[in-house]
Design a binder for this molecule. Structure first.
Ligand code: WNU
Length: 152
């Protein structure tokens, strides 16, 4: 059996490698590891559905997902990107206090996501101004991208 200690070290060193979190102090990162949940998904499963309320932020530890979005003039949601290990998603609903703005669909079996709830996300981001500014700007850029592609 894998010890709690080993699990902690594994996720700690993984999160160290996630560029978004590069500037976080060690004790902050350790705290995040303590309150992480790990969720596992199979190919085709919806991790996030457009229009739903959301209270979680995800970091991909293993596998791959696609991002799709309802778009004017198309019957089906359109694929807008693929995300892999070390990428993250779900920040937009938390930062803009809005419903989920795209679908996130698992595209590879045995995809693992590290899940951070709203309170812990706010603690992670709130105490680190650069991260907050970076994400705010990124979320605004996503909204402009949505407009450009006529997202519904
Ligand atoms: C996009 N438009 C919208 C992505 C992930 C992280 C960053 C891009 Cl910093 P949510 C749905 C999630 C949303 C984003 C993600 O989908 N997303 C996008 C777009 O062009 N959302 N509206 N590209 S991947 C991505 C930048 O994380 O957060 O909570 O749920 O709305």
């Amino acid at each position: 059996m894998r010890t709690t200690q080993a699990r902690h070290e594994e996720y700690f060193s993984f999160l160290r490698s996630v560029s978004l979190l590069r500037g976080l102090p060690e004790e902050k990162l350790a705290r995040i590891v303590d309150c992480l949940e790990v969720d596992c998904f199979e190919k085709g499963e919806y991790i996030i559905r457009e229009g739903e309320e959301g209270n979680t932020f995800f970091i991909i530890a293993n596998g791959e997902v696609i991002v799709t979005q309802s778009t004017e003039g198309f019957a089906e949601p359109q694929e807008i990107k693929t995300l892999g290990v070390g990428d993250y998603f779900g920040e937009k609903a938390l930062i803009s206090e809005d419903v989920r703005s795209a679908n996130i669909i698992c595209s590879e079996n045995d995809t693992h996501c590290l899940v951070v709830d709203r309170d812990n996300f706010n603690q992670m981001v709130g105490t680190y101004e650069e991260l907050q500014a970076y994400l705010k700007e990124y979320v605004e850029e996503l909204s402009r991208c949505d407009e450009r592609r006529n997202a519904l």
